[in-house]
Ligand binder design. Sequence first.
Ligand code: KE4
Length: 429
Amino acid sequence: MNTNKSKKLFEQARQIIPGGVNSPVRAFKSVGGNPLFIEKGVGSKIYDVDGNEFIEYIGSWGPHLFGHNPPFIKKALLKSIENGTSFGAPTELEVKMARLITNLVPSVDMVRMVNSGTEATMSAVRTARGYTGKEKFVKFEGCYHGHADYFLIKAGSGALTLGVPTSPGVTKGNAEDTLLADYNNIDSVKRLVKANKNKIAAVIIEPVAGNMGVVPADNNFLKELRQICDEEKIILIFDEVMTGFRVSQKGAQGIYNVKPDMITFGKIIGGGLPVGAFGGKKEIMEMVAPAGPVYQAGTLSGNPLAMAVGYAALTYIKDHPEVYDVLEKKSAYLENGFRNNMKKLNKSFAINRSGSMMTLFFNEGNVNNFQAAVKSDTVLFGKYFHEMLARGIYLAPSQFEAVFISTAHTTADFDKTITANFESLKAII
Ligand code: KE4
């Protein structure tokens, strides 16, 4: 495969952009080799600057539920730009977007738009602290909530992939107020609550973790978490930046029937443009400026272009709930293809899937938490990644990420992927 243009661009990029990329996981550091520079995306395919075509499963890390550039998204963007890009003043579309989200998601009475998942989670924790008057909060090892200082305490995703359990530059003060629990281990939460009586403002969790690879919460775990938060007056925050409108029309809370007090969104609600959001109960959200004293702001929050695309995406989801049955069938087909391959090869690597997000772990055990996930063979994953790339399949360049299936992926795409998976596994085992 000719990748000369990408190589040249990467050499230039590394001189003027840290690591040559604007987000670490894109640099292929954990799989080796040089990243490909992408020129365009159409449906389930992306094309790099050297003209190579790939069936791709990153979907821009989650936003592309309908594949690249679906006509209805493109139309909404082109129509919106006729009126300009951004006004820094309220627009009707922001009201319509907020109403659509509050109608679609039962636990959201009010919602504030921001520009990234990090802003959403950072603001949600600050609001929970302001509302409760308490300072500490609990996160789970292996969960990633973006790069706000107080989350980069043994974060998952990028930090985990980069093997840096805590990031330099994060102060002791931040680390002191961030408590770490074990995913799917309710006793670890109880121990923290007991040791920090009346000091914990919030628990934030990915209800289906996607940043240690896909690790769904055990059924009772979220219910027990909800109960502890009720008893201890702790705000339960579901970080659904990845799972929101991905795993069901109501996100993960739609499949677990557990209502959080606050919820964060990103990715799909922006349809590929920079958007995040945080929302929840009215009495909590009324704490947010200018309604209340918890300051939060953003020059481009709720900007017309992002709202136009996000509104088109969520309107499609509202009008087509059957899209989740379609995604379930497509995703199950791919998962079963991989499982059949492993049977033929007499291997039993773990596959975790929730709806249209899935991870193949190079790990023969059951992966239901961070400690299990990190036992995966990342060297073998790196070899697998490149074998698949050489066969025209572009996966997430890290063992600790999810692959995303879209409505644009066809059976022909899956059959090609399943064949590539078989040949790649055979080549590396
Ligand atoms: P952003 O700030 O990257 O928009 O969102 C942070 C975030 C928050 N919460 C969850 C559950 C997330 O998955 C993310 C971001 N996800 C990663 C992919 N695992 C973004 C990819 C990247 O860092 O480039």
